[in-house]
Ligand binder design. Structure first.
Ligand code: ADP
Ligand code: MG
Length: 621
């Protein structure tokens, strides 16, 4: 049989390799920004059009390239950054694999303009799908500009696989955050479709964080600094009370490179143990500096996963220093294991003074005269009415029990009045049934109610989610809002992208009853809220909403009304563990059965079950 193995042509090999390096526009952004940093640029501009699908361009003022290097830079395994495999363990640059430009050029239209400081003129190179289309001399400032257009133009499958512009832009911004946080000493700018999204001047680390995430971030940061033989840590953690529902603001940098590492993330979480509300995540911006010889960055093409020689030691140091910082800034509570929580003063009484209980002694008290005393006191109208219905022996028994400890005449009468009703129901069977509780709360989780055929058990959290969900959806789709005016408008601070997201759903939010009196680049002012949203919950609701929209899988039939209603129902539904009064329980049962689809929560979980008397009977055989 004939030989069948062939070497793949270069452009095909490049396309295959590109798949590993370039997954989406954000990957191009990362590679180009890193190249500019490696070229010692002090000012870097990122221009994006249509979330990078039509253009990703990076302009830097770095070293630039000679005409020969410009051409060579697009060859596979062409790099100026390492010479031998040994250099892999002494890395001081972002790139080293020499495949980013080759990969990008294989799957896009690329235009490069570059000039070195001492050269008169620069080079302009156009490459389309690995083919050099033109190379010319050009007048251009010192540095490099690389424009990547029509990404995946020759791989339609990959192009179709790209998500909505909103999601792709989100990825680009994430990448931009990672790179810019690692290099506060460099001036970065970012534009999307001609609008400036970020302008981050050269600054210190704290200012860089604040410039990216908004002014309000400043007061949230607690510095972490540690210098040991094996590891140097610098950076900040967010105060626990500002912990977010999303994992968005969690950044580890190792030797100025953003990395993901679940194990080290765990170290931070354990330092925060007991300080965070359920379902929230600590923010952190931490730079770790280690000897380059003790890490291996080579294990992943996108270089976000790295291997440490001694992870256990790093874990311990990291955990201890974060704990130390939280303690030093008086954030961690003083631990006292012997303290009995039951003896703590309830919150409402915390600031009230202690008063000595009043003890009154009735020196004339004679137990054998009780009947007489009682008659004297019982001169009010209610008391007379009470007497009519109740045999005298019961009468005295109840009063004696209920009024124990009460001293004044007035209190005494009111107690008696209550007693009257109760006593009456004991003797009146019909009324007893009517007055008895029709619902009962079990373990602060389930509501048990009787129905004709037997009993009903509701999951309070899920049921309430269903009720709220249908309610919000109704308001959004019918576009009728029931709003309650706030006496003092609430101002909330967000990052630029978060404001972007709020703007996208603002109209729907207004239909639920939100009134936005002012929206700026970093804050929103809210002067009205839906009737069902307590003012204290507004920030939680919006934060949850932003996080839900960010995490929305765009392929799955995105409906903002549905998402909004679900998200708000999730934030506002009564939680498991919350005690409900009997009227609240009854209201929930009635509202659930007023829903269009009472059987399921908006997240497709069972809301209630029934047990018939027959089924119960069977259990008692
Ligand atoms: P790597 O960064 O791994 O070396 P790349 O394919 O990203 O590989 O880049 C190849 C080479 O092109 C780099 O090693 C560098 O010499 C040169 N280069 C790329 N971008 C720039 C830039 N913005 N300024 C100067 N030189 C650059
Ligand atoms: Mg590179």
């Amino acid at each position: 049989m004939a030989d069948i193995i062939q070497l793949l042509p270069d452009h095909v090999a490049n396309q295959i390799a590109a798949g590993e390096v370039v997954q989406r526009p954000a990957s191009v952004v990362k590679e180009l920004l890193e190249n500019a940093i490696d070229a010692q640029a002090t000012s870097i501009k990122l221009l994006i059009k249509e979330a990078g699908k039509t253009l990703v361009q990076v302009i830097d003022n770095g070293s630039g390239m000679s005409a020969t290097d410009a051409r060579l830079s697009f060859e596979r395994h062409a790099t100026s950054k390492i010479r031998s495999a040994d250099d892999l363990f002494q890395l001081h640059t972002k790139g080293f694999r020499g495949e980013a430009l080759a990969s990008i050029a294989a799957i896009a239209h690329v235009e490069l303009k570059t000039k070195q400081e001492d050269d008169e003129v620069g080079t302009n190179l156009i490459i389309e799908g690995s083919e050099i289309v033109s190379q010319e001399i050009v007048v251009t400032p010192k540095g490099t500009s690389i424009a990547v257009k029509n990404l995946f133009f020759n791989i339609p499958a990959r192009r179709n696989f790209l998500k909505s512009n909103q999601v792709e832009l989100r990825h680009i911004i994430d990448e931009f955050h990672r790179v810019t946080l690692a290099h506060p000493g460099i001036h970065f700018m970012m534009y999307h479709n001609g609008n400036e999204l970020f302008n981050l001047p050269e600054s210190n680390y704290r200012q860089r964080i604040v410039n990216i995430f908004g002014n309000k971030t400043n007061e949230k940061l607690v510095p972490v600094n540690e210098d040991t033989e094996v590891l140097k840590i610098s950076g900040f953690v967010g105060k626990p009370e500002y912990a977010k529902k999303t994992r968005g603001e969690q950044f580890f940098f190792v030797n100025d490179r953003f990395i993901k590492n679940a194990y080290l993330n765990h170290a931070i979480n354990s330092a925060f143990d007991g300080l965070l509300k359920d379902g929230t995540h600590a923010s952190y911006f931490l730079n770790l500096t280690v000897d380059p010889q003790t890490i291996d960055i080579n294990i992943h093409p996108t270089k976000t996963e790295i291997k440490f020689d001694d992870e256990h030691t790093l874990y311990a140091i990291l955990r201890a220093s974060v704990k130390h910082s939280l303690g030093q800034f008086n954030i961690a509570p003083v631990l006292d294991f012997d303290r009995d929580a039951q003896l703590d003063t309830p919150y409402n009484y915390k600031d009230k003074g202690v008063s000595t209980p009043q003890i009154e002694v009735d020196r004339d008290f004679n137990p054998f005269q009780e009947q007489n005393n009682f008659k004297e006191q019982r001169s009010s109208k209610q008391a007379t009415a009470f007497k009519k219905q109740t045999p005298s022996s019961w009468d005295s028994l109840y009063v004696g029990l209920e009024s124990k400890g009460t001293q004044s005449q007035q209190e005494f009468t009111s107690v008696q009045f209550e007693t009257e009703e109760k006593t009456a129901s004991i003797f009146n069977d019909d009324k007893a049934l009517e007055n008895s509780k029709s619902t009962y709360q079990l373990h602060n989780k389930y509501i048990v109610s009787t129905i004709k055929s037997g009993m009903l058990v509701l999951d309070q959290h899920r049921s309430h989610q269903r009720v709220l969900y249908e309610d919000f959806l109704q308001h959004i789709t019918v576009k009728e809002s029931v709003s309650q005016q706030l006496l003092f408008p609430i101002e909330l601070h967000f990052s630029t992208q978060e404001i972007d997201i709020i703007n996208q759903v603002k109209e729907d939010l207004e239909h639920t009853g939100f009134v936005f009196s002012n929206v700026t680049k970093e804050s929103v002012e809210i002067s009205g809220v839906p009737v069902s949203v307590p003012a204290s919950e507004v920030s939680v609701v919006l934060e949850q909403l932003i996080s839900d929209i960010e995490n929305e899988v765009p392929d799955s039939h995105f409906s903002s009304a549905d998402l909004l209603a679900k998200s708000m129902a999730k934030s506002l539904a009564v939680k498991t563990g919350q005690t409900l009064t009997v009227p609240e329980q009854e209201h929930l049962v009635n509202s659930l059965f007023g829903c269009k689809e009472p059987n399921m929560s908006p997240f497709n979980k069972t809301t209630f079950i029934t047990l018939s008397v027959d089924e119960l009977d069977k259990k008692f055989v």
